[in-house]
Design a protein around this ligand. Structure first.
Ligand code: ZN
Length: 234
């Protein structure tokens, strides 16, 4: 953790809801990737950048993902303002954040996102990341419940939003839904999504995603064969 201070820096932002200024803590981009899970949860040396992905205004309580923080319509801002009015928020998420603060920031941003009616893909992404924060300390029940919400929102996004969404192509989202379904025990539905990826004409262009889908699919086949074998033995 030696050079944590070099990794974090702060920037002044203006809140689009209450128009007050406040400092947000950001993470420098030169991080060293250690490993990545099959649902793209990434692990970096010395720091978890997901703690800092949500910016929160300490004056009014508005919270949103860094890239979309300023992107809120006046009517939605009014809703957020009304929701927090009279509530004593007392949450300061400035400076270095703990994992718990990372979790709280995501929960707040999800509340604000639902109030503001942001696209399903954004709510999906925030639930996915919140699930990863629970994974960090093996809070399996919370992780599973949160990933199930992520799947619900990604399914809506697939149906209603224009693709790609940021860097996520339709194939990537289809794969991700499949992997999240597998992680939450919905094996049959997971296989349906994964086979869609593998058999898609797009699979040739997006080889990495197709390979990931094939790996997960094969793991699932192996697991179910092992289960069948142990049922036959007993
Ligand atoms: Zn504010």
């Amino acid at each position: 953790m030696g050079n944590m201070l070099d990794v974090l820096f702060s920037v002044e932002k203006k809140c689009p809801v209450c128009k007050e200024n406040f400092d947000v803590t950001r993470v420098r981009s030169r991080l060293v990737l250690i490993k990545q899970d099959s649902d793209f949860c990434s692990y970096y040396k010395d720091i978890n950048p997901y703690y800092y992905k949500i910016w929160m205004c300490p004056h009014c309580g508005y919270a949103a993902q860094d890239a979309n923080f300023e992107d809120i319509l006046p009517a939605a801002a009014e809703k957020v303002k009304k929701f927090f009015a009279g509530r004593d928020i007392q949450i300061d998420l400035s400076g270095k954040r703990s994992r718990e603060q990372g979790i709280v920031s995501h929960q707040l941003a999800i509340v604000c996102g639902e109030l503001a009616g942001v696209p399903a893909s954004r709510l999906a992404g925030m639930h996915l990341r919140l699930g990863w924060l629970y994974r960090e300390t093996q809070q399996t029940m919370q992780e599973q419940a949160t990933l199930i919400k992520a799947v619900e929102y990604y399914e809506i996004a697939l149906e209603k939003e224009n693709m790609p969404i940021g860097s996520m192509t339709e194939l990537t989202i289809t794969y991700l839904i499949g992997d999240l379904l597998r992680r939450t025990g919905a094996s049959d539905k997971a296989l349906l999504y994964l086979s869609k990826v593998v058999s898609s004409p797009q699979a040739k262009q997006e080889k990495r995603i197709a390979d990931l889908a094939r790996d997960v699919w094969q793991d699932m086949r192996a697991e179910s064969r092992m289960k069948e074998a142990s049922v036959q033995q007993s």
